[in-house]
Design a protein around this ligand. Structure first.
Ligand SMILES: Nc1ncnc2c1ncn2[C@@H]1O[C@H](COP(=O)(O)OP(=O)(O)OP(=O)(O)O)[C@@H](O)[C@H]1O
Ligand SMILES: [Mg+2]
Length: 214
């Protein structure tokens, strides 16, 4: 069974953004979406992750057509099964990094994995207020927050955009190991070709068309 199946997605804002996009993703697999700024990568990600309804097309998550689910089922699917890491990380600003993780874990009935914090290199700093963390530290707290939910499908939009190359590589290795250990899948938007090349599949968004390049 596919974790994700998208069929003939088309979307427009003021002008047509993309047409007839179809793709699929299986457990333990990762997919990179690359393309120039403004080509529609984040918009596609929002559609695939159930946060935006396209003008046309169908999205199935875990074998279910998400537009046929009741609102409550969709909310539970997002809460327990999806891990969303967006370009701007929405951490609760008045709290420490660790408190942000506690909220996420509580919501998903999970516990915080301290070895994850160590491997992300944030075990020492995560007790500081979010506003006192560097951009890259905040990004890693966001990643820890999402993985603490133990999602089956991860949508990550430039999750390592604020990190130096070595740290980005370490973070990606954590993601790839997570996918194998939890039978999960990942859709990754990235501008980094070397990170993209480590994914099982690569798609390029260009002039409203998504082409499979690997
Ligand atoms: N909510 C919206 N309303 C109107 N236009 C939008 C909206 N969201 C995105 N757009 C437009 O759609 C186009 C694609 O945006 P999108 O964020 O998907 O690009 P992207 O490929 O993720 O770019 P980047 O690499 O810079 O993140 C842009 O021209 C953007 O202005
Ligand atoms: Mg984007």
């Amino acid at each position: 069974m596919n974790l994700l199946t998208a069929t003939s997605l088309s979307h427009a804002f003021e002008y047509p953004l993309f047409e007839e996009i179809s793709l699929e993703l299986k457990a333990k697999e990762s997919m990179a979406i690359i393309g120039v700024s403004g080509s529609g990568k984040s918009t596609l990600m929002h559609i695939l992750s159930s946060m935006l309804v396209p003008n046309k097309g169908r999205v199935e998550l875990f074998g279910e057509d998400i537009y046929r689910l009741h609102e409550k089922e969709l909310v539970e699917l997002r809460r327990y099964r999806l891990g969303l890491i967006y370009q701007s990380h929405y951490l609760l600003k008045g709290f420490s990094g660790y408190e942000n993780l506690e909220v996420a874990a509580l919501m998903a009935n999970q516990t915080i994995d301290n070895s994850l914090l160590e491997s992300l290199g944030i075990d020492k700093v995560c007790h500081q207020k979010v506003t006192e963390l560097s951009g890259g530290q905040q990004q890693r707290v966001s990643i820890a927050r999402v993985l603490s939910k133990k999602p089956q499908l991860i949508f990550a939009d430039e999750p390592t955009g604020n990190l130096d190359h070595a740290t980005a590589q370490e973070v990606m290795t954590i993601f790839f190991n997570y996918l194998q250990e939890h039978d999960a899948g990942m859709v990754l938007v990235t501008h980094d070709e070397s990170l993209a090349s480590q994914c099982n599949h690569i798609y390029r968004m260009h002039d409203g068309i998504l082409t499979k390049v690997k």
